[in-house]
Design a protein around this ligand. Structure first.
Ligand code: GLU
Length: 449
């Protein structure tokens, strides 16, 4: 059976790094198996869903290189949910409930006060027809709950967590539909997973208890709608936390815009998130195929995955250092050629820093103040400058012999006079780029300063 995965964000905000990780896992699982990766926009909440977020989700996925093979929107699938609801109602698996939010809150408080778990007491199921009719006559419109089957434990073999077992009696019958007819997350998701032929539901462990409920929904829907019983496989990844090990507010708002602003390449984000929380080493791997080839749910751990900005930055830097000229040429400042890229690349942590380093070649530069002795030395250097295959090698060899200087005393004043900096790209590569005339001018200026 072809693997079909889905990423199902609610368009109520921008994607954050946790969502991106879930999207990536689903993309990888589909891609490693020659399957399909679908985007499902969970926009049943009309008030909070915004079109601009739908567009931003698509744009972020495209930027990250995870384009979906198809897209569905829950707001366009209401007829399916209505049909499923009616079928479940006929099968006695959904029931109307009339409690107000305050009444439910009070029940919860009483249970908690008695040291009991706050599970819905199924008060609505115990109502007589007359009581229900009385509520309706008062104009109270019901919300609707899915009736869990308490007969057997709910079990599944989780792709990350292993064998899972839930006693349904420890769960509340979930509210699936509000009094105004609008949908909560639970049922539409199960309906869609069936209808879209999802083979693997891969999401964060905050959904584990939803899975227990949804497994019963799947089974109830298969029976009520006479469908073949094909439960998807489920896997729940440990949550993403900050490097201090806690759920972090900041991570909840850290997304592609912030990465773009810091000029972090999408490849760096992918390389980090693909292996974070697994037993495989996080490495600066630019080729997604290499990550795909090693993707394996059984390497995912149960402990929270720690996201560290410094680690992302390190991976980005390492990837920049591997980047070939042809792959960045269109993003580099005018004038940088292959030799220029090669010279400055080892000094970059992001591609956009290229402009700053390239100024050492194009100028203007601001050299420091030199001692009298160094000025004399630089005057000698200006005279000694000779152009050949390796002007830097030749210049420093001549000066070493002529002045007896070595090490820092030999090299640093030259670097400072030629670039205005104490450190930077390899001078052997840089000097030919600066060129004979300009190099000579810079040495003479420094000598005369
Ligand atoms: N819209 C849900 C969420 O963002 C989808 C969860 C799921 O993957 O089923 O949490």
């Amino acid at each position: 059976m072809t693997t079909i995965t889905r990423f199902a964000p609610s368009p109520t905000g921008r994607l954050h790094v946790g969502n991106i990780r879930t999207a990536l896992h689903n993309w990888m699982l589909a891609r490693t198996n020659g399957g399909r990766f679908l985007l499902r926009i969970d926009d049943t909440d009309a008030a909070r869903s915004k079109e601009e977020y739908v567009e931003a989700i698509r744009a972020d996925l495209a930027w990250l290189g995870m384009e979906p093979d198809g897209e569905e929107r829950q707001s366009e699938r209401m007829a399916l949910y209505d049909a499923a609801f009616e079928a479940l109602k006929d099968a006695g698996r959904v029931y109307p409930a009339y409690e107000t939010a305050q009444e439910l809150e009070l029940k919860r408080k009483i249970q908690l006060g008695r040291g009991l778990p706050p599970i819905y007491d199924r008060g609505a199921l115990k109502m007589s027809d007359a009581e229900r009719a009385a509520k309706e006559a008062e104009g109270v419109r019901p919300h609707w709950r899915f009736k869990l089957d308490h007969d057997e434990p709910i079990t599944w073999d989780d792709g990350v967590r292993g064998a899972q077992k839930f006693d349904p009696a420890t769960l509340s019958d979930p509210v699936i539909r509000r009094a105004d007819g609008s949908w909560l997350y639970m049922l539409p998701s199960a309906v869609d997973d069936i209808d879209m032929g999802i083979t693997d539901v891969l999401r964060g462990e905050d959904h584990v208890s939803n899975t227990a409920v949804q497994i019963q929904m799947f089974t109830a829907l298969f029976a009520a709608q006479h469908k073949a019983q094909h439960l998807p496989r489920f896997a729940h990844t440990a949550l993403l936390v900050g490097k201090e090990g806690k759920l972090s507010k900041r991570l909840g708002s850290l997304g592609c815009d912030a990465f773009r602003e810091k000029d972090i390449a999408p490849q760096a984000i992918i390389a980090l998130l693909a292996r974070l929380g697994t037993s495989q080493p996080v490495e600066p791997i630019a080729d997604p195929q290499v990550l795909l080839d090693s993707f394996d749910l059984s390497t995912f751990g149960r402990a929270p995955a720690k996201f560290d900005d410094a680690e992302l930055q390190r991976i980005n830097t390492a990837l920049v250092h591997q980047t070939e000229f042809a792959d960045v040429a269109d993003r580099l400042p005018e004038g940088i050629d292959e030799a220029g890229w090669h010279a400055i690349r080892p000094n970059l942590t992001t591609i956009s820093e290229a402009a700053e380093w390239w100024r050492l070649v194009t100028g203007p530069i601001t050299p420091p103040e030199f001692s009298e002795e160094d000025r004399a030395y630089l005057a000698q250097a200006a005279k000694a400058l000779a152009w050949g295959d390796d002007p830097w090698g030749a210049l420093t060899a001549t000066l070493k012999e002529g002045t007896g200087r070595k090490g820092k005393a030999l090299f640093l004043p030259l670097r400072q006079a030629l670039t205005g900096m104490n450190h930077g790209p390899d001078m052997g590569e840089l000097l030919p780029l600066i060129g004979e005339v300009e190099a000579c001018r810079r040495l003479q200026l420094a000598a005369a300063s």
